[in-house]
Design a protein around this ligand. Structure first.
Ligand code: 3H9
Length: 712
C-alpha cells in the first residue's frame, strides 16, 4: 500500500477488508488519484491468492462516498474531455463489476453519485439503518447525469420506473427506502455493519449468491421488463420531465435517453451513450451554474455571517409566540429537524390548539412519508406543548415570535417575553419587513434581539434570513444561524434594513406585475411568462400564496422607507378590501376549491379595475419584471444588504425560486452585462417612469465594465 494512499486493506480469514479514507478531506470522493488507487488496490487483491473475497468500507465516521470529485469535473473545458472522464469511470467500475472475487460493501453515511455507482458495481450491499445513511444519484441537480454506469446498473437492479424516479429527479433516499427499493440487500444496525458485510463476503467466497426478486413483481415485468411496457414508461417519464423542466434543464432528459438507450441496445451501447451525454452536459452553462450553487450552499453551511463567530448557544428548548401558520410551521419544523422541546403561546387556548394541531401535522407528514418511524413520531410529538400564557418559557434558550406583522404588537410581545425568560435567552422576531432595531427599541436587553425571517411554508422553504441589528451581540447571531441550520435551513445573514433582502427585491417585482395587470395583461399571461422564464410559479400566483394583506403591509413599509419607486399599486387595495386575500381566504386572483388552485376568477378584473386587452409584448413584460428586480438587487448589494453576491443569489433561489439554472439574479445580471441592463432600464424609465431608473451600482459597473463576480 502506497504511503498516503486513500485505500488500505488487511486480510481477515480470506476476506480483504478494504477501507477508503481520503486523508485531509471531510468526505470520500472519487478523484483521478483515487481512481488510480482503486485500480491498483483491486489489481493487488486480484493477484493475492490469500484473498478470496473483498469487504469494502469507508473510514469516515459519517459518510461513505460523496461521489466523483466535483471540483475535478468543473475544470473540464471540452465535451470530449468530460466524455473521457465518464468513460474512464465506467471502465474502472466495469473492472469492479467483473472482478473475479466477490465484493460486499458496507455503507454507512452518504453514498451518492459515483459512490452509489461504485456500490452498484459490487456484488452485495449492506447499509446501516442510521439516518445519516443516504443513497442516491443527485447528478441531475448538478446539471449532469450518473456517468459511471449508474444509468445502466440502477434500472437493471430495481426496474426502469423506480430507477427513473431517482435518476430524473436526482433523488437521495434513506437506507430504509433504499432497502425497500432493492438498492440495498441488507439493512442493519451500524454496530454490526462491518461483521455482517464481512460475513456476506465470506458466504459469497463459499459460492453463495444473493437471490433478488424481479423488481416490481408481475406489474413491474409488464411495464419494465418488455419493450412495449417500457416504451409506455419512457413516454410518460419524458412528458413529466418536459412539464417540470420546460426545457430549461437538459440533464433529466439526457439521463432518460441514457437509460432508454441502454435498455434497448444493451449495456455496452448504453454506457457509450451515457458517456457521450455526460460529456455534453458537463460543459453546459446550466451545469456550471448548478455546481456554483452547490459550492455556495456548502460554503454557507459553515459561515455564521460574522467575523470570528463565537460558538452558538446550545438550544434544547424553544419558545414560539404566535400559533398561526408561521408559528406552527416553525414549531413543527424545529421539532422534526432539531428534536428540541417546543412550547407554543398564543392569546387564547383555541388558537393554541389549532397551532399545536398544525405543528403536529408536520410530524404526521414525516411519518406518512416514512421519514421517521412510529416510535420517533411518538417521541417527537411528546416534545410539543402550548399554553395561553408564558409558563415554560423560563427555560427556553431561544424564543421566536411569529405574531402579526405590526411594530406595536411585536414590541409588546418582546416586553412580555423578556419578563418570562432568562437574561441570556435570545429573542428572535420572524418579521418579514420591520427593521429589527425598531422592534428592539422596546427591549431592555437589545443585544439579545435578532431577526429570523422564515419563509412559508416553513417545513418546505429552505431559506432563513438572519438579521442582526447594530446592537445584537455576536453570540446571538451565531445562535440564530446555528439553530436555523439545525432546522435544515440555509441561513444568510443580512443587513437590518426594511424588507431585508428577499422582500426588498421581491416587492418591486410584485408591484410591476400589478402595473402590467392594470395595463391590460391577463393574469395567466403574466404568470405563464414568468414560469417560462424559470420561476416555479408566476408573481400573481405568488401573491395569492403570500396573501394580499401581508403583501399590502410589506409594500407599506417599503414605500415609507424607500419612497416613490415602491409606491403601492392602487389596484391592489381593492383586493384586500374585498377580502380577496389569496389562497388562505379561498379567493384571490385565482379560484380555490378544497385547498386546490383553480382558474383565474374573471370577477377579479372588476375589483382591480383592469381589463385584459393584451398589454405590452411578451418580451417587454418579461424584461420589465426581471430588470426591475435585478436593478433593486444591485442597489441592495451596493447598500450591503447582503454580504456577498453569493448570499444574494442563494437567497433569491432558495427564498422564492429564482431560476437556479440562471444562477440567481446577480449572476444573471452578470450574464446580461451591466451596460446592456442600464441601457434597457433607461429606455424603460423613459417609457414607464422613474421606478426603472438604473441604480448607481449598475451604472458604475457599466462604466467600468465590472461584474458582481469578477472571477467567474
Ligand atoms: C458524480 O458523482 C458524477 C458521477 O456520476 C460520474 C462521474 C464520471 N466533490 O456538504 P459538506 C466537499 S457527481 C467534491 O459541508 P455534509 C464539500 O464541498 C457528484 N467535493 O458536508 C465540502 O468542502 P469544504 C454527486 C465534495 O456532511 C466538504 O466536502 N454527488 C463533494 O453537510 C464537506 O461537505 C453529490 O452531488 C464532491 N462530490 O454533507 C454529493 N461532496 O469543506 C455532493 C462534498 O472544502 N455532496 N464535497 O467546503 C453532498 O451532498 C454533501 O457534501 C454530503 C455531506 C451529503 C456528501
Amino acid at each position: 500500500m502506497a504511503p498516503g494512499a486513500a485505500l488500505t486493506w488487511e486480510l481477515a480469514d480470506g476476506v480483504a477488508v478494504v477501507t477508503f479514507d481520503l486523508k485531509g478531506e471531510p468526505v470520500n470522493k472519487i478523484s483521478a488519484a483515487v481512481k488510480q488507487d482503486l485500480l491498483a488496490t483491486f489489481e493487488a487483491l486480484e493477484h493475492d491468492t490469500a484473498v478470496r473475497a473483498v469487504a469494502f468500507f469507508s473510514g469516515k465516521p459519517e459518510n461513505f462516498i460523496a461521489g466523483a470529485d466535483i471540483e475535478e469535473f468543473v475544470r473540464l473545458t471540452t465535451a470530449a474531455e468530460a466524455e473521457r472522464l465518464s468513460a474512464e469511470g465506467q471502465e474502472m467500475l466495469g473492472r469492479v463489476a467483473r472482478f473475479p472475487k466477490p465484493i460486499a460493501v458496507g455503507i454507512h453515511g452518504a453514498c451518492l453519485g459515483g459512490g452509489l455507482e461504485f456500490a452498484l458495481a459490487c456484488g452485495y450491499r449492506v447499509a446501516s439503518d442510521h439516518p445519516r445513511t443516504q443513497l442516491g444519484l443527485p447528478e441531475v441537480q448538478l446539471g449532469i447525469l450518473p456517468g459511471a454506469g449508474g444509468c445502466q446498473r440502477l434500472p437493471r437492479l430495481i426496474g426502469a420506473r423506480a430507477a427513473l424516479d431517482i435518476i430524473l429527479a436526482g433523488k437521495v433516499e434513506n437506507a430504509r427506502k433504499a432497502f425497500r427499493l432493492g438498492i440495498v440487500d441488507e439493512l442493519v444496525h451500524p454496530a454490526i455493519l462491518k461483521d455482517v458485510t464481512i460475513a456476506a463476503a465470506q458466504r459469497m467466497a463459499g459460492g453463495w449468491r444473493p437471490r433478488r426478486k424481479r423488481p416490481g413483481g408481475f406489474r413491474g415485468w409488464l411495464l419494465d421488463g418488455n419493450p412495449l411496457g417500457r416504451r409506455l414508461v419512457f413516454r410518460a417519464a419524458r412528458k413529466q420531465v418536459l412539464a417540470q423542466t420546460r426545457g430549461n434543464y437538459p440533464a433529466p432528459l439526457a439521463a432518460l435517453e441514457a437509460v432508454e438507450h441502454g435498455l434497448t441496445h444493451g449495456m455496452a451501447e448504453g454506457l457509450k451513450r451515457e458517456a457521450q451525454l455526460f460529456g455534453q452536459l458537463a460543459v453546459t452553462d446550466v451545469s456550471r451554474k448548478l455546481v456554483q450553487i452547490f459550492f455556495a450552499t456548502t460554503a454557507l453551511k459553515k459561515d455564521f455571517g460574522i467575523a470570528n463567530p463565537p460558538p452558538p448557544a446550545v438550544v434544547s428548548r424553544l419558545g414560539v409566540v404566535g400559533a398561526g401558520f408561521m408559528g406552527s410551521g416553525i414549531a413543527g419544523t424545529a421539532i422534526a429537524q432539531a428534536g428540541v422541546d417546543v412550547r407554543m403561546k398564543d392569546a387564547d387556548l383555541p388558537r393554541v390548539a389549532k397551532g399545536l394541531a398544525a405543528a403536529r401535522e408536520i410530524l404526521d407528514d414525516r411519518l406518512k412519508r416514512r421519514r421517521i418511524t412510529p416510535y420517533e413520531h411518538a417521541r417527537l410529538v411528546a416534545l410539543l406543548s402550548g399554553s395561553d400564557h408564558y409558563t415554560g418559557f423560563g427555560r427556553a434558550e431561544l424564543v421566536i415570535e411569529a405574531v402579526f406583522e405590526d411594530l406595536q404588537v411585536k414590541q409588546q410581545v418582546l416586553r412580555e417575553v423578556e419578563t418570562a425568560t432568562a437574561r441570556d435567552a435570545v429573542f428572535a422576531s420572524n418579521t418579514s419587513t420591520i427593521p429589527i432595531h425598531r422592534i428592539a427599541e422596546a427591549a431592555s436587553r437589545p443585544e439579545q434581539v435578532v431577526g429570523m425571517h422564515f419563509f412559508s411554508p416553513v417545513a418546505r422553504m429552505p431559506l432563513l434570513e438572519v438579521i442582526p441589528s447594530a446592537r445584537t451581540a455576536a453570540p446571538v447571531v451565531s445562535t440564530a444561524v446555528g439553530f436555523g441550520r439545525r432546522m435544515g435551513k440555509t441561513a444568510i445573514v443580512v443587513k437590518d434594513s426594511p424588507g431585508f433582502w428577499i422582500n426588498r427585491i421581491l416587492t418591486p417585482y410584485m408591484n410591476e406585475a400589478g402595473y402590467l395587470l392594470v395595463e391590460g395583461v391577463a393574469i395567466e399571461e403574466i404568470d405563464r411568462l414568468m414560469v417560462e422564464f424559470g420561476f416555479p410559479v408566476g408573481p400573481i400566483t405568488l401573491m395569492d400564496e403570500v396573501g394580499m394583506d401581508v403583501g399590502e403591509k410589506v409594500v407599506g413599509v417599503m414605500y415609507e422607507a424607500f419612497g416613490e419607486r415602491f409606491a403601492p399599486v392602487p389596484a391592489f387595495a381593492g383586493m384586500v378590501k374585498s377580502g380577496r386575500l389569496g389562497r388562505k381566504a379561498g379567493k384571490g386572483f385565482y379560484k380555490y376549491a378544497g385547498g386546490k388552485k383553480g382558474s383565474v376568477d374573471p370577477a377579479v378584473y372588476e375589483v382591480i379595475g383592469a381589463h385584459p386587452n393584451g398589454g405590452p409584448r411578451p418580451a417587454e413584460i418579461i424584461q420589465r419584471l426581471v430588470l426591475v428586480m435585478l436593478n433593486e438587487a444591485a442597489r441592495g448589494v451596493g447598500e450591503g444588504i447582503v454580504r456577498t453576491p453569493r448570499d444574494g443569489d442563494i437567497g433569491a433561489i432558495f427564498g422564492f425560486g429564482f431560476p437556479s439554472f440562471r444562477g440567481g439574479p446577480l449572476r444573471h445580471a452578470d450574464d446580461l452585462g451591466a451596460a446592456r441592463i442600464v441601457s434597457e432600464l433607461e429606455r424603460l424609465a423613459e417609457r414607464y417612469g422613474a421606478r426603472f431608473a438604473p441604480s448607481d451600482v449598475l451604472r458604475d459597473q457599466a462604466h467600468h465594465n465590472a461584474k458582481f463576480y469578477p472571477n467567474a
